[in-house]
Design a protein around this ligand. Structure first.
Ligand SMILES: Cc1ncc(COP(=O)(O)O)c(C=O)c1O
Length: 379
């Protein structure tokens, strides 16, 4: 059997990784400024994480959600405390799309309505309602198009009001900083007015923190820069440092019913161990502060890079917008300079999503490599 060929692949095969470094099968070391798409939060193969997972798998790796698993409550408590949402409720699943799927479904159960408001250039995943709320016709199959979704531009609150007052909207879903779309973000007044309108019209406000959460922007959640309190927050990526785990954090006024949501694998013992180990390291190593400070350091140097038009993002969720498409630049960075970076829907944007323990030395290495490629080779 062959693989179903859906991914355009770089010709690199990582077989080993540590800290901010990925090692390929020929022993070449790459600086990881991509984090496997914002997934590696505490660094590759972190010793505490590896030890916790090894110890857990020797005890029990999985049992179903039909029996008690107190590790889920331990995780809920620790996550509530570190994120500032101690009175919220946690539902665990396995990926970002699944988190948003459950968030939208819950909003629909809660309100009895079905239309979604989402934003231009949004990315929320590839499953049913999540992909319908994703602004990319190419990845929406005919079966997904039966969902009712209205896409609006960021920062136009009057258009949001026009839609919400029609009375049929269950949820507004928004990324605090767009990831795949290319690092655009709403203004603080927009987020605050959005929150007010959602309360006024009984619409569930979902903040998709799948990429921007877990300390990546320097606060636990990126929406915390705007002083808002969403009804549902979706999480995944950095949550498990590579172990597939996702979830939704749900405000106390949304009440659960048995059978309303469910999953076979979600919240299993290994997933909880990975997620707890991530929070333990995030706290012990002050990685949120590191993300903020290293991000500021990056910003202070990035304007010295030739061809950079705009620097976008916060903390270690960053984008450099050039005056040319960055596809060739990314290839040169990988093959010649041995540095992984990310792309976006915006083809002129280079995305920087490193592990949160990255330091100034690695940022200096990247800036130098980028200058070499841009000045010497004139991409
Ligand atoms: C903001 C956001 N939401 C949802 C997803 C989907 O997550 P997953 O690929 O784990 O399903 C992504 C993935 O890139 C994302 O960036």
């Amino acid at each position: 059997m062959k693989l179903f060929d859906v991914y355009p692949l770089y010709d690199v095969e990582p077989v080993n990784a540590y800290d901010c470094i990925v090692v390929d099968k020929n022993g070449i070391e790459y600086l990881d400024l991509y984090g496997g798409h914002a997934v590696i939060s505490i660094g590759h193969s972190h010793p505490h994480y590896a030890k916790r997972l090894k110890e857990q798998i020797e005890k029990i790796g999985f049992y179903s959600n039909a029996v008690q698993n107190s590790m889920q409550s331990q995780l809920a408590q620790k996550l509530g405390k570190l994120s500032g949402y101690e009175d919220y409720q946690l539902f665990l699943c396995n990926s970002g799309a699944e988190a948003n799927e459950n968030a939208l479904k819950l909003a629909s159960f809660h309100t009895g309505k079905s239309r979604i408001v989402a934003f231009n250039n949004a990315f929320h995943g590839r499953t049913s309602a999540a992909v319908a709320a994703t602004d990319n016709a190419k990845i929406n199959a005919p079966i997904n198009k039966q969902q009712e979704v209205t896409f609006l531009p960021l920062n136009d609150i009057d258009l949001v009001k026009d839609e919400l007052q029609k009375g049929d909207v269950c949820a507004v879903i928004i990324e605090p900083i767009q990831g795949v779309g290319g690092l655009d973000e709403g203004e603080t007044t927009f987020f605050q007015q959005l929150e007010t309108l959602c309360h006024e019209f009984g619409v569930v406000l979902i903040l998709d923190e799948v990429q921007s959460g877990y300390g990546r922007t320097g606060k636990f959640f990126a929406h915390q820069y705007h002083g808002i309190t969403p009804d549902i927050i979706s999480i995944a990526k950095g949550m498990g440092n590579g172990f597939p785990v996702g979830g939704i954090m749900i405000a106390p006024h949304i009440k659960p019913k048995h059978g309303m949501l469910g999953t076979t694998f979600g919240g299993n013992h290994l997933a909880c161990t990975a997620a707890l180990a991530v929070l333990e390291v995030l706290e012990a190593e002050n990685l949120m502060d590191n993300a903020r400070l290293t991000g500021e350091y990056f910003m202070s140097l990035a304007n010295k890079i030739p061809g950079v038009q705009t620097i976008k993002g916060k903390g270690l969720m960053l984008g450099l917008e050039f005056d040319f498409e960055v596809g060739d630049l990314r290839k040169k960075l990988i093959y010649d300079q041995h540095i992984f970076t990310g792309g976006a829907m915006n083809k002129k944007l280079l995305r920087i999503l490193p592990p949160l323990n990255i330091g100034k030395k690695e940022i200096d290495q990247f800036i130098k490599a980028l200058q070499n490629v841009l000045i010497v080779e004139k991409v």
